[in-house]
Design a protein around this ligand. Sequence first.
Ligand code: SF4
Length: 382
Amino acid sequence: MACTESECVADCVRRAETLAFADPPPHSIGYMPIYVPRELIHAAGLLPAGLYGGGDRLEIIRGDAYFQSYICRIPRSTIELALSGHLDRLDGMLFPSICDVIRNLSGMWQMLFPDRYVRYIDVPQNFDPAVGGRFWRHELETLRRDMERIAGRPIDDEALRNSIAVYNENRAAIRELYAQRSRAPWRFPLSEAYLVLRAGNSVPPEEHTALIRDYIRGAENDLSRREMDQSRVVLAGMFCEQPPHGLLVTLERAGCAVVDDDLFLGMRWIQGDIPLDGDPLQNLVDAYLTASATTASRYSPEGHRAKWLLESYRRNEAEGVIFCAPSFCDPALLEQPMLVAALDRAGIPHTEFKYSEDTGQFAVIREQAGTFSDSIRLWSAS
Ligand code: SF4
């Protein structure tokens, strides 16, 4: 018997939740947030497995011993995952240059696991093709050789083109999910979309794309979902350590319809399709130089930092912005004053709070978000 639309959506979300917190399967290369060129790993027949910490489902026992108390939680939960055997099936680990914490974590990894493949990916901050582009091509050539060695097979241009096409499809599906959420957030609540996105960290991209499309199809036809009296908000600051799922549920219950966010930004780092003709490695380089997402860990000229946020606010017809960043996250919290100043200049309402991936008490956040949502509606009605 065919399932109803509601049952199909519930089944998708259940599958997504199981996958979202699953250990990486064999023949995977783990990578920390935010961006690595997943196409190169996929073209070698390996699975790029995004590691976003242990969330609120992991008790930290040994991980605390490796880091001081005044940094974010994701490095200690990642170490805990590794020491407790959850990452044993990885064939290697990549640490992209996002912040000092990730740099230190990569050094810690090399000391703890000297026999395993570890690479610190120095993502360029210069976008001149002759400087940053040349450097990035050299990095990608090295990574290509490393992946070939681990996989025991060459990565030819055709395989790389095929992987670029697979990830173009995946990014297109994610863009479609975001567009649908913006159009009708009550049909695609963030608390579900988050699980559907997170599932993509531990399954092949082809499977993830199918899951996203199944979810979109089910949710858009589920007529039991009704429009709710909520304020449309953009969430900013969650590109690395992820908020606990309960926090996203809390925001929705507090009356916030999230119409855009920067969760799992690495999955949609490249904005748009990467061309399939010509030299595929150079296409990866060019896409990084010209089509990268704007975020705190990537250099942007003065004044450009707030542009993405203002554009998102307008494009998604939002009514307010919530800065929601991990405690002690230098990249997110250092850029926040600049973003706040830009919102103030534009007269856009905003509020802010911090979280840790294992935050368990949401009463204060619910009150704050609820008050913010109510005040937006009052202001816009007056
Ligand atoms: S949460 Fe922030 S400070 Fe911590 S590793 Fe990620 S980017 Fe760095």
